[in-house]
Design a binder for this molecule. Structure first.
Ligand code: ZN
Length: 168
């Protein structure tokens, strides 16, 4: 078994077993470092209710990623697979992390997210499939008109990035 093959299994296991946003974030950072040899410290994660077609965003010039809480909740409630939900969250965070690393082109970020996912999880893994198509493939057939009205409370995820919690 080649080193690369071992990494694919390792990344898959880590993502599938992740129990928190912080653990998925660790996989995002490790996969980008493995595939692109680059990293950025000190990111913070917020959950908010965004329009359903917005998965997440990174306000340029900040260390913040804002994730669409409602989108994650809908996928959790309808698909009921931790593997798929984790792959979705991975994809949304990876996309914003690539922006935070200085990529502003949407097309290029999508292409890079696909390349990173393919290299770390393999072509046929759900994380790579989501990167190749789009997170919205998961919402196909879900009646979004029944979605509850947005809760307007923004929430910070504590312990998102453990390594430099005390560095401002
Ligand atoms: Zn983007």
């Amino acid at each position: 078994m080649s080193e690369e093959k071992f990494s694919v299994i390792d990344f898959r296991n880590r993502l599938e077993r992740a129990q928190s946003y912080g653990e998925i974030w660790d996989v995002v950072k490790a996969s980008v470092e493995f595939a692109l040899n680059t990293r950025r410290q000190g990111m913070m994660l917020f959950l908010d209710t965004l329009p359903i077609h917005v998965g997440a965003y990174h306000p340029v010039g900040t260390n913040n990623i804002v994730l669409n809480r409602q989108l994650v909740q809908i996928v959790e409630a309808t698909i009921k697979s931790k593997r798929v939900v984790n792959a979705l969250i991975y994809n949304l965070l990876l996309h914003e992390y690539l922006h935070a690393l200085g990529q502003f082109s949407e097309l290029r970020v999508r292409r890079m997210a696909y390349e990173v996912s393919k290299k770390c999880f393999g072509e046929e893994h759900i994380a790579t499939e989501i990167a190749k198509k789009s997170p919205w493939v998961l919402l196909k057939g879900i009646p979004l008109e029944n979605v509850d009205p947005p809760q307007r409370v923004i929430e910070i995820i504590k312990d998102f990035e453990k390594t430099d919690r005390y560095i401002v």
